[in-house]
Write a protein that binds this ligand. Sequence first.
Ligand code: COA
Length: 388
Amino acid sequence: MKKVAIVGAGQSRYGEFPEKGIKELFFEAYSDMSKSVDKNFDPKAIEAAYIGNLGSGGFQLGNMSALVAEYVGLSYIPTMRIENACASGGYALVAAIMDVLSGTHKVALAGGVEKMTDVSGLKQKYWLGVSGDTEYERLAGTTFAGLYALIAHRHMHEFGTKREQLSMVAVKNHKNGAQNPKAQFQREITLEQAVKSPIVAYPLNLFDCCSTTDGASAVLVCDEEVAKKYTDTPIYVAGFGTSSDYLAIHDRVNTTTLEGTRKASERAYSMAGLGPNDIQAAEVHDCFTIAELLAYEDLGFCKKGEAGKFLEEGHTQIGGDKPVNASGGLKSKGHPIGSTGTGQAYEMFNQLRGTVQKPARQVKGAEIGLIHNVGGSGGTVEVTIMRR
Ligand SMILES: CC(C)(COP(=O)(O)OP(=O)(O)OC[C@H]1O[C@@H](n2cnc3c(N)ncnc32)[C@H](O)[C@@H]1OP(=O)(O)O)[C@@H](O)C(=O)NCCC(=O)NCCS
């Protein structure tokens, strides 16, 4: 099969930026991406742009891809907004990959942007609820924290997963995020702090939740032949997979498995000719701490029900045999919805090239990495495997 390569990747700082709008945030990511291309970067070579976005709290629901593309100087090219809830960025990446694979274009931009913090807390929860089954879940009054709390509860009931193990995810990811100059929360937390923080939706507390974030990211995808013009160390797309699932968790066969993750990863592993044991670094969708534990199991890193133990044994720490979320993950790096998937690609691009800004969170010698982006409580999932 023809190969597709990533030759540049950039990210804005993630956090709360009242002074910046989506255009400024996207410009920051795009300009960071342009600087990461080793040689001959030429904006005129970019033939199409796919931008992940959930609508930035309702402020820019229409025509946003053209808006941000024009703002960074990409005029008169096909642009498309990709909306698949929190997996919008991952699907934007896949759209760019498929575009290049099809031979339609040789160079395509995948990116994402979200501005979340301009919306009040209450309106934010209502807005984010559009990604669930609105006729049932939102009308029943659930939030995403509430839905993941149900999943966590069931996981604890079925497999004996401990509340402390949820908090251990947060402690690990804050430790990594403390080494990430672009993360929203660059501070470590103790297990005691994490366990004792205020309840949001039992059993999940504040430190089990990702935050709301402003941010953007951009990734340059191109044909393997064209890639040589830009760099001697391209990062190849080894395989990718996507899958949908029932949006409402009451419709699913199993509450403690994200079937979308299982299906998307099976497709990605099969295309890459690789398996979970080959993955040397992973960025997974930890919107809530339980979601990271589900990812270990559903991506095949450990057996069903054993994620808590797998974490406690240290496998997923930097220095372990399966480092997960060296960036700090959504928990500490932040979760600007539309940007999260391409933000994960930005991190993996740097991990595999050995160009992570602070050596403390560099996964040494990693050559094969996986990124995993989930929309809502699992209704859409994207998995991409990248190889140096
Ligand atoms: C967890 C959540 C409810 C907290 O919201 P909130 O109570 O309105 O919190 P605030 O924004 O008022 O922040 C209060 C404090 O907690 C901190 N904080 C907020 N969210 C945090 C988080 N997730 N982790 C750690 N600290 C957090 C803030 O920095 C602030 O600290 P400060 O007082 O020192 O400045 C909110 O961030 C949330 O809804 N997160 C989930 C978003 C989501 O569902 N995304 C989609 C996933 S599918």
